[in-house]
Design a protein around this ligand. Structure first.
Ligand code: G3P
Length: 219
């Protein structure tokens, strides 16, 4: 399963890519994350595309088909590894179809049902982004949606990758991995938490304490 970082903070993404070499396969952003960063979207997407080799999702903010298409083309022109993110609306799926036919990778976002995911795959999306955390927040089961979408995509051999978004904790990541999701995009805090287990820390401390008593050195 691929792991993306859900952030527009270039120094944080860059630090994670350096320390987790080989573990980070891409980045996702959205208008809220770009707004939080305070950076210009063009600048920020360019910087992120230079930091990671894999896809960097950059989201359109127009809501009409023509507007989304124009913005999508402008975003795609920033770097070869941009994936244009469009919302799951009628216009968004039309735009997805048009951009995909031209060879641009499209990430269809704000997906909350398997019916929506079916349409996105038929529209040629490279990625579908179901938001698990926001579904959990309203008392639904976000991971159940991932399972349903994977069943549909497998049954019909769709090439669209399921990108698990709105991840809140490591349990979402491991459950998505067990289900066979293609990608999960993680806030930096959740990515760092994947390394952690209290027994690892405690075990290492004990090994090092015992080793010190031997007065040996390996080198
Ligand atoms: O980028 C889309 C998604 O990951 C947003 O997550 O935490 O705002 O629900 P969140």
């Amino acid at each position: 399963m691929k792991l993306f970082i859900d952030s527009a903070d270039v120094s944080e993404v860059s630090a994670l890519v350096k320390s987790g070499l080989g573990l980070i396969d891409g980045v996702t952003t959205n208008p809220s994350l770009i707004a939080q960063s305070g950076a210009s979207i063009h600048e920020r997407i360019k910087e992120l595309c230079a930091v990671v080799e894999g896809p960097v999702s950059a989201e359109v903010t127009a809501t009409s088909f023509d507007g989304m298409l124009e913005e999508g083309k402008a975003l795609a022109a920033i770097a070869k590894n941009v994936a244009v993110k469009v919302p799951l609306t009628e216009e968004g799926l039309r735009c997805c179809h048009a951009l995909s036919r031209e060879g641009t990778a499209v990430n269809v976002t704000l997906c909350f049902s398997s019916a929506q995911a079916l349409l996105a795959a038929k529209a040629g999306a490279s990625f579908i982004s179901p938001f698990v955390g926001r579904l959990d927040d309203i008392g639904h089961d976000g991971l159940q949606l991932i399972e349903e979408i994977l069943d549909i995509y497998r049954a019909h051999d769709f090439a669209t990758e399921v990108l698990v978004a709105s991840v809140r904790h490591t349990g979402h990541v491991t459950a998505a991995a067990r289900l066979g999701a293609h990608v999960a995009t993680l806030p930096p805090k959740v990515f760092r938490a994947l390394y952690k287990h209290p027994l690892t820390d405690r075990g290492l401390r004990a090994f090092l304490d015992d080793w010190e008593k031997t007065k040996q050195t390996i080198l």
